[in-house]
Design a protein around this ligand. Structure first.
Ligand SMILES: C[S@@+](CC[C@H](N)C(=O)[O-])C[C@H]1O[C@@H](n2cnc3c(N)ncnc32)[C@H](O)[C@@H]1O
Ligand SMILES: O=C(O)C(=O)C[C@]1(C(=O)O)C=C[C@@H](O)C=C1
Length: 246
């Protein structure tokens, strides 16, 4: 159901800002696996971590779900009775295909945790009480000044004992660290078949719409949002994931 990502393979007269449109949705599984080091490990362990912390008869949110990879993983691992996953994305193309992917999962596996796919803006979404929230490479596409209010609303919606799983691309204050991890990330992309042209054009496409923070900045913001504890559980090159406890 996924094509190979060739969106930036030819020279573009003008590189437009990256958007999650139908062209991206069509190649997204290939794009994200070849672009984010450790992505399969992060997705699989989101299921493990969510299943460990999910509470019976509660909601679970996958915010910025794209095609629902994190939702599918949580459905593979969750065993608590009465849970329901709400997968949210504001991109119509993603929502359409996410519904197809989850229907396909339902046709292959019986008695999965029910999941509802909602097209909506997480900046406007009213969050119901929940025990797990996932932001898997989503917050980086939210305007920096709006990130704290989003995290505060998530914190308020989480039940006692609830968790947020936040995965992001990182930048680094130390110039040497930033340079070397950025270069090795490009080597990762080349090892996955991207050309230097694709790497350069994709970098231009995301530079204005994917504004990344340092891991310490994320941890500080989570504390500001009222989370009682936050710690990194995974990092691969300049990408990583954090668990934050209500
Ligand atoms: C890198 S993708 C997320 C990957 C996905 N969570 C996964 O695990 O495969 C970022 C997603 O966030 C969505 N997004 C960005 N801003 C959003 C917003 N304000 N509301 C809802 N979804 C948003 C995009 O449409 C896109 O599907
Ligand atoms: O940093 C890059 O070069 C990327 O392509 C990263 C990234 C991401 O982190 O979301 C950017 C856009 C797509 O969603 C896939 C991967």
């Amino acid at each position: 159901m996924s094509d190979v990502d060739k969106l930036f393979a030819e020279p573009l007269p003008k590189v437009s800002d990256f958007v999650f449109d139908h062209d991206v949705a069509r190649v997204f599984p290939d794009m994200i696996k070849r672009s984010i080091p450790g992505y399969p490990t992060i997705v699989e362990n989101i299921g493990v971590i969510a299943a460990h912390h999910a509470q019976p008869d509660t909601l679970i949110y996958d915010l910025g779900c794209s095609l629902g990879a994190a939702t599918q993983s949580m459905r593979r691992h969750l065993r608590q009775d009465g849970c329901h996953i709400i997968a949210v994305d504001n991109a119509e193309a993603m929502v359409q295909r996410c519904r197809e992917y989850l229907s396909a999962q339902d046709s292959m596996v019986e008695e999965l945790v029910p999941a509802t796919v909602v097209q909506g803006d997480i900046l406007e979404l009213e969050l119901q009480p929940c025990s797990v929230v996932v932001l898997n490479f989503t917050l980086q596409f939210i305007a920096p000044e709006l990130r704290l209010p989003v995290l505060q609303r998530i914190r308020q919606a989480l039940l006692p004992g609830g968790i947020l799983i936040l995965s992001e691309k990182y930048r680094f204050e130390d110039p040497g660290t930033q340079h070397h991890l950025e270069q090795v990330h490009y080597a990762f992309k080349r090892a996955n078949g991207y050309s230097d042209l694709e790497i350069a054009q994709k970098r231009s496409a995301i530079e204005n719409v994917m504004l990344i923070d340092t891991q310490p900045a994320h941890l500080e913001r989570l504390q500001q949002a009222g989370f009682s504890l936050a710690y990194p559980w995974f990092q691969c090159l300049n990408f990583g994931s954090i668990v934050a406890h209500a």
